[in-house]
Design a protein around this ligand. Sequence first.
Ligand code: SF4
Length: 976
Amino acid sequence: MFKLFSREPIHDPLAPPVPGAVNEVKTTTCYMCACRCGIRVHLRDGELRYIDGNPNHPINRGVICAKGASGIMKQVSPARLTRPLLRKPGSERGAGEFEPISWERAFRILEDRLAKIRATDPKKFALFTGRDQMQALTSLFARNFGTPNYAAHGGFCSVNMAAGMIYTIGGSFWEFGGPDLERARLFVMIGTAEDHHSNPLKIAISKFKRGGGRFISINPVRTGYSAIADEWIPIKPGTDGALFMALLHELIASDRIDHAFLKRFTNAPQLVLLETGCDREGMFAHDPDPAKGAPGDGRHPHNKLVFDKGDGTIKAAYPEGIADGCDPALEGHYTLADGRRVAPSFQLLRERVAPCTPEWAAAITGIPAERIVKLAHELGTAAFEQAFELPIPWADAWGKPHPTTQARPVAFHAMRGLAAHSNGFQTVRALAVLMSVLGTIDAPGGFRHKAPYPRHIVPNFRAFNSPDMIKPNTPLNAAPLGFPANPEELAIGDDGTPMRIDHAFSWEHPLSAHGLMHTVITNATRGDPYRLDTLMIFMANMAWNSTMNTLAVREMLNAKGDDGEFRIPFLVVCDAFQSEMVAFADLVLPDTTYLERHDVMSMLDRPISEFEGPADSVRVPVVPPLGECKPFQEVLVELASRLKLPAFTTAGGERKFKDYPDFIVNYEAQPGIGFLMGWRGADGSEHLRGAPNPKQWEMYAKNDCVFSLHLPETMHYMRNWNREYLDFAKDKGWRQKNDVVQLTLYSDTLQAFRLAAKGQTAGRQPPEHLRERIATYFDPLPFWYAPLEDAATDTEAYPLNAITQRPMAMYHSWDSQNAWLRQIHSHNYLHVNPLTAQKAGIADGGWCWVESAWGRVRCMLRYSEAVEPGTVWTWNAIGKADGAWQLAPGADEARKGFLLNHLINDELPHGAGGTISNSDPVTGQAGWYDVRVRLVPAEPEPLEASSPQIAATPAPPGVRGATSPGTGDSAGRRRP
Ligand code: SF4
C-alpha cells in the first residue's frame, strides 16, 4: 500500500526482479499527447510496471514527460469503457442510460443504417474525429463512402497556422516544419502553449540555451517555455499581426531585408497589375502564352514578369528574370508595353506596412514602441550580422549551382496563440512574410521543412467541389478536404449554398482546409444546409471542452423536432473513456488505449519526419485490449468491408483486408507507396517505395517502431527550390510535381477570391451578404484587423481578454481520469494580474464571476504577475461535468473546476439578423481566444462551487469503475 509521506520509493527500477517473474520491455509510441515520443513499456508477467522514454527514438531520445510516464494510470483508469452500448429506448440523450450489446449487434446496426444512407444520399452520414492520428484512414473511409462530411479536429485547433503558412511558404510549424535551434542564434517563440511539441522542443531549447542562444518569448502569459526565456514580452491576445506588421515596417524601412533571397526565391519582384475595376486588378502580369496558364488559377505554373533595373526592361520572371546580370526591382512603379501600370509585389508590401509604425502597433499590442524597434533590430542582427555559410553545395530548380548554403540564424516558433483568433490567417501570413524577408525559410538556423513538405502553393489537393459528385453507392471523386486555389474549387451548389454540413469550403470560410468540426452540431440540429441521418464522432468531447457555447450545444444534442424525433437522428460515439460526450450517444463503441493497438504515424498523414529526412513510426500492442474494447481503426476496416467500399473490396466483391494491420501493410495509395515507408518489398529490403511486405509490422517492432532515412546533406536545405530534393520528393510520391515552390508574399490566390466578391470576374461569386466579408479579408497582402468578436461586444463593458492553454501535465480532456496526473491538476483557477484583480475588488483565492456578452462562470481566482494586466487565463479542460470520467460525485474537477467555453459563443451576428460561425473568415478556424470578459466579485455562497454545475449522469454499464485486481496499486506495484 502506498503510504503518504513515506520515504519508500514509489518505484525502484533497480530492485532485484521478483523470483520467477517474466520481465519484458516492449517499445512503442506514446500517445499521452500528440508528440509521438518513443517509449519503453516494462512488463512483469504481462502486467504494466512502468513506462520510460526510449533512448533510441529520434523524437525524444529517452526523455519522457509527466504525461508519458503516467500512461500506466490511463491503462488502469476507472473511466475505461469496456463494452458496446446502446441507449435505452425512450431515454433522453445525456441521461447516460444504456444497455450493453454485442459487437456483432453494433456492427449490424451500423451496417444496416449506413448501407441505406449510402444507397440513397451518402452525405447524410458524417464522420468527424478529434485529435486522432489516423486521418489518412478516416478520410479514405469517408471518401469511399461518398460523403463530403468528414473532418478531423484541425478546424477548431490550428488550421490558421497550417493554412496561413502553407499558402505562403509551402509548409508549416510542428509536424511539417520547425525552428532549427541547432544553428539559430536568436529564437522567438510567439503564441505557443507550454506543452506544444513538448519533449522535442524542450530538448532543443535546452541545447540552444546551453549553446548561448538568446530566447525571447512573446505571449500574454509567462508559463512553461516562456518561464525559461531570456526575455518575456507580454502582448495582448489577438494583436500579434500588428506586431509583425510593425516589424516588417522597421526591417523594410531600415533595409535589413534579404534582397538576393527575395529576388530569386519569392514573388517579391513580380509585377502586379494596378488597373482597377477589371478582371485582372491586383493579379500578376504574365507571359501571355496561354499554354503557361493564367496567374491566379493557383494550380498551373505560369511565367510572370519582373522589371530589370540593369537595362530598364520588363522581362519574363523565368529564365530571364533570374539570369546572371538581371537585377529585378523590388520597388517602384512601371508601365507595360500595352500601357498598363504595374508594380513589384514587394512595392505593394512596402506601401502596406508604411503606416504600421511601432507607435501604431504599440497602441494595439501593449508592447512599447521602443521595444518593437529593438526587436526588429535584433531580428536583423541575427539574420544578417550573425549570418554564416555552411559548406554544403546545392543546385536550385533553374540549374544554378550554389557552392555553399546561406544560414540566417533567426528562428521562430508559433502556434495556437496566433491561430485561434478570427484574424489568425492573416496574422500567420504576416509571420510567414516576416520570416521570408529575413531569408529564414528552409535555411540553416531558421524555419526548416520536414518531409513530405514543402508542398506546392497551392497544394495539389483539390477537395470535393460540386453537388454532382455526391452519388448513391459511389465514392467521391475528390477528397473531402483539400486546399482550394480559386472560387471554382469551393464546395458549393449552383446558388452558392454550402454543400458540407460544417459549411467548410463555402463562401463563409473558403480556405477551410481542415473543415469546421465546431459547427457540425449546430448546423446539423438546424438542418443547415440539410438534415443528417447519422453523425459518428471519434475521440472528440463535443459535449464539453471541444465545443463553444457548451450548454447550448448539449441541448442541441438532445433536441427534437415537432415529430418527436431527434434533430440529429443517430449519434455514434467512439471513445475509450466515459467522456461527457458518451452520455449523449445512441451507440457507444469502446475504443482501445494506445498501448493496446496498432497505429501508424504515416507519410500519408502526419509522419515524424526530421529536418534531415523522412521518418514514420508505429504503435504496436504491448498489452491485450481490455474487455471488449476494439480499436476504432478495426471498426472502420470492418465496416468498410461489410459495406463493400471499393478501396476495401476486391474486384470480385470479396473483403480485401483481414484487419487493420493487414490493411496498413497491403493498401497502396499508388504503386509501391503505402502507409509505411520502411522495410517495403517482399523481403523488406526497400524503403520509401516498394511492394507490400507481409513482415513490415515485425520489422518496425524490432526497430523501436521507427523508420527514418537521413538524406544526403545536399537535400537538407532550401528545399522549396532544391532541384535534387524536388526530383526526389516527386519520385517518392510525396509531391505530384517537381516544380519549384516560390514563396507567396503576395497571394494572387486570395486576390482571385476578392475579385469574385467584387463582381469583377466571371464564374462563381459569393452571395450578397458575404461579398464585403470576402472582399475585406481575402487581401493578397497580410494585414491586421481586430478580432471579429470585438465588433459584437461592448469592449468597454468587457475590457479583458480571456484565454486558455493546455498544461504540461494534461492533454486536453484526456487525463482527468488519470490518478497520477490528477494530483498535479485537480481543478483550475482563473489567473489574473494582481492590479486587475484588485481593481475588480477580488482577493487572491477568492471566488468571482467571469462574464462575457454570452454567458458567465463562477470560479476561483489567483493572483499572478505572469500575465499581462489586460488578460485573464485558465487551464483548458480541467473542469469537468459531475460524474463524467468516472470521477466521484463532487470531485474537485466538477465542484471547483470550471470551463471557460461557457463564455464563448459559437456564432456571431452577421448581416440583417443572421449569424455566422465564430471563426476566421478565411479558414474557419474557431476563434477560441477572441472572447472579451469582465470580473465581478462573487456573492457569498453556502456551498462554494463553480458555476455552472451539471447534474451527474449514472456510470454506463461495463465502465471499469475502481481499478481492477491484478493491475497493481496506484504506484503500479504488483499486489501481494
Ligand atoms: S511529450 Fe510526453 S505525453 Fe507527449 S508523446 Fe512525449 S512522452 Fe508522451
